[in-house]
Design a protein around this ligand. Sequence first.
Ligand code: ZN
Length: 567
Amino acid sequence: MPVFRRRVVALLISLLFAVPLRAPGKEQPRFILENAHLRAEFDRQGRLLKLIDLTTGWEIQRRPELARSFQMFAAPPGRRFNPVFGAEQKPPQVVFDRRGQTLIFHWSGLKSRFGGTLPVDFRSRVALTGKGLAFRASLRNKSKATIETVRWPILGDLSVPRGTRSFAQLGMEYGGMVRLELFPKFDNQPGYFGVDYPTQFLKTPYSPFSLVAANSQGLYVGCHDTTLQQLVEFSAQLRPGYVSYEYWDKGVNPTTDTLSGKPVHLQFEVIHFPFAAPGDSVTIGPVVLQPYQGDWHAGADVYRQWRKSWLRPARKPAWLRKVLSWQQIHMNNPEGDVRYRYRDLVTIAKDCARYGVGAIQVTGWTLGGQDSQNPSHNTDPRLGTWQELRDAIARVQRLGVKVVLFAKFTWADRTTAWYRNELVRYATKDPYGDPHVYPGYAYQTATQLADINTHRFVPLCPLCPEWRAVATKEFLKTVALGADGILYDENQHHGGVYYCFDPSHGHHVPANVFAGDALLARGFHKAATEAGRPDFFFGGEGNYDFQFEEYHLSYFRVDLNHVPIHR
Ligand SMILES: [Zn+2]
């Protein structure tokens, strides 16, 4: 976790520029950050009272009485539910630099609902930068509680622009756009039994941003943190709830300002998961709010501009640009339905060469067939010998066809002795010490399709150096076979896991396992280069955007409603 370094300097600056504030009351000062594009008003509790797009006049945050400051959940030993509300704290020290367009709130000691006052320093900084508003924060936890989540910033009254027929959160997911409706109907994701209000989320790293989009304008909310050390969610709630209900996942919004005397509003929150343990110092953000005019393309362009400032795409092997189509061959599955032997690849390649198919992607070539015996990248005797596969690959290549071997380092097959004797140590663990489990995939036989004998998978932690060493050894087996590259299937997820709590893995407890994806891939690049194959091809499945620093290509499926937001 980043270290809280500039505290002394910050304190000195605040002594120099601290704004003298009046006692709380009716005449509370407002702090206004404004330029030609945007106006943001805060009160001295850090509540975002107003946010206005000055180009279109859209009052993004409309009613000041519904404004919110930050919110945290601080779990002391033995108690899970312990919220901390920014608006319930003693007024923070405020540093307002009107000329520099920055505003800093510094809380020392935080009153929690059920855990008393916690010795926690929370310092948040808001800066107007060009067309956007950037939020950063740092947190120093001297309490015995773990600060699990921080909600900041919060739009307490996200308003629907006048005349809007359709209002939604748009983001990125597997190969396309995800759309969560905000108005006139609201999509609810968690069960009705687990939340007080209909609630929805977009998650990093799949979607590094949310576009809060109306017909011809919107608000870009981006998480501009490239470390992936924390899960960040873009969340919306419909309060107090539906006016009519379709099912638990959808209902109709009220169109009045109040319902049964309660205010009707959309609350939008950026939720960070720092899991700051006692003694930890962490940073939050930056999160950028920037209105845009136009459709989703204009919103995505805000993200693209930021991405261009840092992302360096992996240099592609030259041949990749010439291959316009390739064929995937499925050789075997976990039920032992052997469809091809290694030597059959040559016959297939002759057809490929004749009809201009430039590459074969070989799936199910590993021991046990596809989705079995993971993460073994040994050959399977039922398909032929290691030498037969190596020879077949060389003959395919002589026909002018490339060979891409299907590979997977996401998890271990739980049915194997290897898992039970060794790999369980590298498994991601939940807060209770148990390995996470993924349900697996069923093939062909009625028994497996009834999910009776499906192989269950256990995600492996890429932040664990011992596992990365084992994975690299397995990866090098694909290099030794002489393949042109790999297609790392399911490289973009961890079976629904975000945080690993295993204290023996050498990472912070817990740690966001997505932060290990680049470490694993960089290790593979290094090993391939040392093996004399710097041009080895790396394909991934439905890569999340940051993975293009390591992977040359993404393969994914699309449906009829596909929207190419990854452009
Ligand atoms: Zn771990």
